[in-house]
Design a protein around this ligand. Structure first.
Ligand SMILES: *Cc1c(COP(=O)(O)O)cnc(C)c1O
Length: 445
């Protein structure tokens, strides 16, 4: 194993064994004998250490990370500021339970979230451990504050894997199949998906609102829950005007607008939150993933009158807002600010979109290239059609893996390749990753 290597990880992708190598294969055997087979095997190389955008596996291969552990390590792996904050906090104390004896880090993360999320209104925040838990709590707050029960969600939505969030998530396989019964009072309406529906934002919003009013009735709706750019569902960027029209409808009808910014937030799209691209101010914002540099932490931030409608003791959990995770979040936020990583996300987006549009002109299987900032995707289709081509997406991911590039697929039909590089990736590393991706697409074509 390479743990004894004290030298820097190095900046370049470099393979020294076949992929996966012998040590990874041995670990994989142990995994099969010990770990539930219910967990996806994405790319069975076992990681020993990581730095910036480079992962080093147990065979000494250096892999290029174009996924950031699903939009989590946006500030990069092993960033000194985060390492130091976490180490320091671990040495001080690791847990007291905020509801038993509180600590400053929790309060400070809430202050940051209140000031970073859109809108200058008075806000309050509560912290949790995972995205799904944040969504569950956002829905609890909205139901209690409005005295209503219905929750409106969208086609292709992904909000998690707990019982309520499975109901909120659109896709059956693999997330929901045979795991029911699901929570009631969840209503699904069409998303704006410009590549597939050809509707303007206003038209798509009118379509969704008309279904809500007919099938549910606005006075029964506690919350409208939406990912401003969908993540697992295929990096669907709604047409301009869709989110603002929905936001206006929610405020006219006493409905809580919950923006699920768990994947799209924290600088990923070149703004702190993806709704900012359209000037939308949500009533509640959920955060997780990129918030804490790899430590598990999630937030629900909302209008004071919503968040404080809850009776004392109505929200909480043993570990929520854990001091080590809170320290990591504060260092992550400082790093995003100090290194101007939002500007970097915008620059990465320009490089990726230019390269992928060029690739689209050269091949026949790229139906759509879309995204904002460092959240960019390719939708693969059968040549000359809009028919989803999941087999091509699988082949592209497999090709990238063989070359030591971590790329992720997504989409209701599994035909979308998404790029979520750490925002600290260098121009050379990004060019390398895009080169491999281009070769992968050409090879399947
Ligand atoms: C990942 C994700 C979730 C669920 O977060 P977990 O931490 O995996 O529970 C919810 N919403 C969106 C948009 C996500 O991308």
């Amino acid at each position: 194993m390479v743990s004894s290597l004290e030298s820097a990880v190095g900046e370049r992708r470099h393979l020294v064994t076949e992929i996966p190598g012998p040590n990874s294969r041995a670990l994989h055997e142990r995994r099969l004998a010990a770990v539930s087979s219910g967990l996806t095997v994405g790319f069975p190389v076992y990681i020993d250490r990581a730095e910036g955008a480079i992962l080093v596996d147990v065979d000494g291969n250096r892999l290029l990370d174009m996924g950031s552990g699903i939009a989590v390590t946006s500030v990069g792996h092993a960033v000194p500021a985060v390492v130091e904050a976490v180490s320091n906090q671990v040495a001080h104390f690791t847990h007291t339970c905020f509801m038993v004896t509180p600590y400053e880090g929790y309060v400070e993360v809430c202050e940051e979230l209140n000031s970073l999320t859109p809108g200058t209104h008075d806000k309050r925040t509560a912290l949790f451990n995972s995205g799904a838990e944040a969504i569950e709590n956002a829905v609890k707050v909205a139901r209690l504050a409005t005295g209503r029960s219905a929750v409106v969600v969208f086609e292709h939505a992904y909000h998690g894997r707990t019982n309520l969030t499975m109901a909120l998530t659109a896709k059956n396989m693999p997330y929901k199949d045979r795991f029911g019964p699901f929570a009631p009072e969840v209503y699904r309406v069409p998303m704006s998906y410009p590549f597939r529906d050809g509707l303007s934002g206003a038209e798509a919003a009118a379509r969704a609102i008309s279904i809500i009013e007919t099938d549910v009735g606005s006075r029964n709706v506690a919350a409208l829950l939406i990912e401003p750019i969908q993540g697992e569902g295929g990096f669907v960027v709604p047409a301009d005007g869709f989110l603002p029209a929905l936001s206006r409808w929610t405020s006219d009808n006493g409905v809580v607008f919950i923006a699920d910014e768990i994947q799209s937030g924290f600088g990923r799209t070149g703004q702190w939150f993806a709704v900012e691209h359209e000037g939308v101010v949500p009533d509640v914002v959920t955060t997780a993933k990129g918030l804490a540099g790899g430590m598990p932490l999630a937030g629900v931030t909302g209008r004071v009158e919503l968040m404080n409608a809850v009776h004392e003791g109505g929200l909480g959990g043993t570990y929520g807002g854990n001091p080590v995770a809170a320290a990591a979040a504060l260092a992550t936020i400082a790093t995003l600010r100090d290194r101007d990583l939002l500007a970097r996300a915008r620059a990465l987006g320009e490089i990726m979109l230019a390269s992928l549009h060029q690739l689209q002109r050269d091949v026949t299987i790229i139906g759509d290239v879309r995204g904002r900032g460092a959240m960019v995707a390719l939708e693969l289709v059968e040549p000359g059609s809009k028919t989803p081509h999941p087999r091509a997406a699988k082949a592209v991911v497999a090709y990238c893996q063989q070359q030591g590039v971590v790329a992720l697929a997504c989409g209701t039909d599994g035909n979308v390749i998404r790029l979520l590089p750490p925002l600290v990736i260098t121009d050379e590393q990004l060019a390398d990753g895009l080169g491999v991706l281009g070769a992968a697409v050409r090879s399947v074509q």
